[in-house]
Design a binder for this molecule. Sequence first.
Ligand code: FAD
Ligand code: NAP
Length: 321
Amino acid sequence: MTTHHTRMLILGSGPAGLSAAIYGARAGMKPILVQGIQPGGQLMTTTDVENYPGFADVIQGPWLMEQMQKQAEHVGTTLMYDTIVAVDLSQRPFRLTGDSGDVYEGEVLIIATGAQAKWLGLDSEEALKGKGVSACATCDGFFYRGKKVAVIGGGNTAVEEALYLTNHSPDVTLIHRRSSLRAERILQERLFAHKGVTVLWNKEVDQFVDGGGNAGLVAIDLVDTVTGEKSRLETEGGFVAIGHHPATELFRGHLKLDEDHYLWVETGSTRTSVPGVFACGDVMDKIYRQAVTAAGTGCMAALDAEKFLAEAEFELAEAAE
Ligand code: FAD
Ligand code: NAP
C-alpha cells in the first residue's frame, strides 16, 4: 500500500475532472487525478461530437478526451489508474482509499465523478445505442434533422428533450408509461401547445426495431400499459430520457446531497457542504449535463479550490507568527 499526498486531489477523468486538473496544474498545485473505472468519462462511449467549441469540423468523443488527458499531463497532472472506494472527509488532508489499496491524501478535494443515464435495460436498446438509440437529445438530436424521432419518459428531461428536438424534426413523439406527466406544468403546456409533438400515453417500449444492414433504428414496438395492446411506431431516433444516476453513493453520509441525489453545492460556486471539498460536472449538475458545462464547472472548482487553499495557508501562517 502506498500513500500519495497532494495539495489538490481530483476524482474523475471526464471533462470536469481534466479541466480542473489543467487549471490546478497551471496554478502549481501538482494535482493527482484518480481516473476511476471509465478513464475519459462518458464521451468515451460516443462517436461524433459537434458542439464542443473550438473545432470547426466534427470530432470524435474519445479523441477529445485523449487530448484533454494529454493536456492535463503536459501541464503537470499525475494520472492514477485507480477507483476510490472509501472516503474520510472528517479532517484535512482528506483521506481516500483506492480499489488498489493505495491511500490518496488531498489538502483539497475536487469531485468530478459524473453521472450515468438510466436505460430501459432492453437487449435491443443495447444493440442500437449510437445507431438510433441515444440518451442525449442535446448531443445527438442534430444528427436526426428532418427525421421522425421519439422520446421515452415523462419528467422534465423528457419534455425538454422533446421540445428541443422540434428544432430539428417536424415529427416528435413523446412516449410515456402513464396517462399524466411528471414534468412541471409550464413545460407540459409548452409541449401540448406544440403542433410538431404527439404524446402517446400509457405506452412502454417492448423493443427497438433494427432495420438490418446499416439502417439502424427504424421503429419502436410498444405495449399499452392498460390494455396490453401492441403497436409499432416508425421512427429513426429513439431518445431514452428516464433520468440519470449521479455517482454519489460514495459520499452519502459525508456530503450533503440534493433531493435527486446530486452533490449539493452553494449557488454560484462549486463549494460542497464540507469546506475544502468541491464538486463539478454532471455529479452536481442535473440541468445542463454537457461536456462544455462540465469543463466550465471544472475550471470553477479549481479556482474555488485554489482560493480556499490560499486563504487556509494564509491563516496558518498568521497563526504561526
Ligand atoms: P463523466 O464524463 O461522467 O466522467 C466521470 C468520471 O468519474 C469518469 O472518468 C469515471 O471513471 C470517474 N469516476 C466515477 N466514480 C469514480 C470513483 N469512485 N473514483 C474515481 N473516479 C471515478 N456532451 C456534449 O457536450 N456533447 C456531446 O456530443 C455529448 N455526447 C454524449 C454522448 C453520450 C453517448 C453520452 C453518454 C454523453 C454525451 N454527452 C455529450 C454528455 C457528456 O459526456 C457529459 O456531460 C460529460 O462527460 C460530463 O463530464 P463529467 O466530467 O462531469 O463526468
Ligand atoms: P424524473 O423526474 O425522475 O422522470 C423520469 C421519467 O421517466 C418519469 O416520467 C418516469 O415515469 C419515467 N421512467 C422512469 N423509469 C422508466 C422506465 N423504466 N420506463 C419508462 N419510463 C420510465 O427524471 P428527469 O426528468 O431526468 O428529472 C430528474 C430531476 O432533474 C428532476 O428533479 C427534474 O425536475 C430535474 N430537472 C429539471 C430541469 C429543469 O428545471 N429545467 C430539467 C431537467 C431535469 P413515471 O412518471 O411513471 O415515474
